[in-house]
Design a protein around this ligand. Structure first.
Ligand code: TYD
Ligand code: MG
Length: 454
């Protein structure tokens, strides 16, 4: 008899392969592919003649059952969710171990419980006493939140089905759960998928909000949250640098709201605190008189955020000069360097370049190009940017500076934080006067460079 074919699967994104390989072509991670232990052998049998049940169909014009969004009261979380939790939705919260996922969800569930909502928190990682101790420290003593310490999917579902469905359930974390009908270890792709599928169908069936915690793992030992991204309604990633106290909650998928919305928190001794004005926090300690520092007026989701971009450029004798980037795309940096060299003749190709976005924020907007270029040229020339100036604009390969969206919001935020000047692209509408920001328009990258090398 022929042996069933072996199947390999990427523990990061769940892509299946016929044979082992070192790098996953789907998510570009290395060493995440391993033998899938639960192999389905043989071709599917088909549905045969057995009858199913009729599905109750609903007409589009029928009134929608009244189910308002549930606000946790933690406004940065509600904002990242697109305006609160939607009943019956499944939400995945991913992030590095120790970043604060359990803390955030415990605070959110505690806040809901204090408002009289029925919430359950299942921890597969900590004993209930440990969760209680943490909750006390977070100031949630007396919150009527129900805790469970369980890793068996069957027991969790039986517990949930034995009483009225709660408003919200947290599973911390999905990688510790196991379904006893699947023959593989907890944390493998098949276990994580089966457990999530069952919990999501519970959410849809009973109208409960299910929040799944998923650890991001670099070494591919356990399945990462990307395996689940397509199954849930909303995906939030909790980012941040463990060396910094700031944490950013970013929506990367949301069936009920915008993506790229961020919530900003600060990790303190008594848990996560909301940061309602992130710009002030990201600019704390910013010294405008230092060469190599530029303030970028960016937009994160629907909110303007000012961040400091720091660059260090130093002549290098190495054949391959070093390029190190934190918080920005290294490909994008290579492009800005190439344009500065080709269009303004700066000769950065022979320099070591270090770029850092202060505060641990990751910027993905092309509007940051000019702010990065300004920081680089300022560092090279050792001349600081003009005082109290913000910068934004997209750089094209020809060296032209292109306009970007939401100028007014960017300028208003800058004015609010005491900035008085802005370097902006040329075609930008002059919306200033009443905003109180003097705009200096730059048409080409050479105009920017001329500022530092007159
Ligand atoms: P945790 O929520 O356990 O992380 P995760 O669930 O994502 O693995 O957060 C753990 C970290 O947060 C730990 O390093 C300590 C820190 N922390 C505080 O600084 N203050 C607090 O009040 C709490 C609860 C945690
Ligand atoms: Mg945890």
């Amino acid at each position: 008899m022929a042996k069933p074919p072996k199947s390999y699967v990427c523990n990061n994104c769940g892509t299946a392969y016929r044979r082992w390989q070192g790098k996953c072509e789907e998510c570009n991670e290395w060493n995440t592919i391993s033998l899938e232990d639960a192999v389905v052998s043989g071709a599917p049998k088909g549905l045969s003649g057995k009858k199913g049940q009729t599905v109750a169909l609903v007409s589009l014009d029928e009134p929608i059952p009244d189910a308002p969004r549930l606000m946790t009261g933690i406004s940065e979380l509600d904002r990242a969710l697109g305006g609160g939790l939607v009943p019956g939705s499944a939400i995945l919260i991913g992030g590095d171990p120790g970043i604060g996922k359990s803390t955030l969800l415990l605070q959110a569930m505690g806040a809901l419980a204090l408002k009289g909502e029925d919430c359950v928190y299942f921890s597969g990682e900590e004993a209930t006493a440990q969760v209680q101790m943490r909750a006390n420290r977070l100031g949630l003593r007396g919150a009527p939140l129900k805790l469970g310490c369980e890793t068996s999917l069957r027991d969790i579902l039986t517990t949930l089905d034995s009483s009225k469905p709660p408003k919200a359930v947290v599973i911390d974390s999905i990688q510790t759960l196991y379904a006893d009908h699947v023959e593989s270890a907890p944390g493998t792709v098949s276990q994580v998928r089966v457990c999530a599928h069952e919990l999501i169908s519970y959410a849809k069936r009973r109208g409960t909000i299910v929040l799944l915690v998923g650890h991001v793992t670099k070494d591919g030992q356990i399945a990462g949250p990307r395996v689940l991204e397509h199954m849930v309604d909303t995906v939030l990633y909790f980012e941040g640098d463990r060396g910094h106290q700031f944490r950013i909650l970013r929506a990367v998928k949301n069936r009920f709201g915008g993506t790229d919305e961020i919530g900003v928190f600060e990790m303190t001794g008594i848990g996560l605190e909301e940061v309602p004005n992130p710009s002030a926090l990201f600019l704390a300690g910013h010294n405008a008189r230092e060469p190599g520092s530029a303030v970028f007026a960016g937009i994160e989701g629907t909110r303007p955020v000012l961040v400091e971009i720091q660059a260090l450029v130093a002549r290098s004798s190495a054949a391959n000069p070093r390029r190190a980037v934190v918080g920005w795309d290294s490909g994008r940096l290579a492009m800005v360097l190439a344009v500065l060299d080709a269009r303004a003749g700066l000769g950065l190709a022979g320099c070591d370049v270090y770029l850092n976005v202060a505060g641990g924020l990751k910027i993905s907007e092309p509007a940051a190009d000019i702010a990065v270029a300004a920081a680089l040229v300022s560092s090279l020339s050792q001349i600081p940017l003009p005082d109290e100036t913000v910068v934004f604009g997209e750089l094209s390969l020809s060296g032209d500076i292109r306009s970007v969206a939401q100028t007014e919001a960017r300028l208003k935020e800058a004015a609010k934080l005491g900035f008085v000047k802005a370097m902006t692209p040329p075609s930008q509408k002059k919306t200033d006067k009443d905003i109180g920001i003097e705009q200096q328009t730059l048409a080409r990258v050479s105009d920017l460079v001329a500022h530092f090398f007159p």
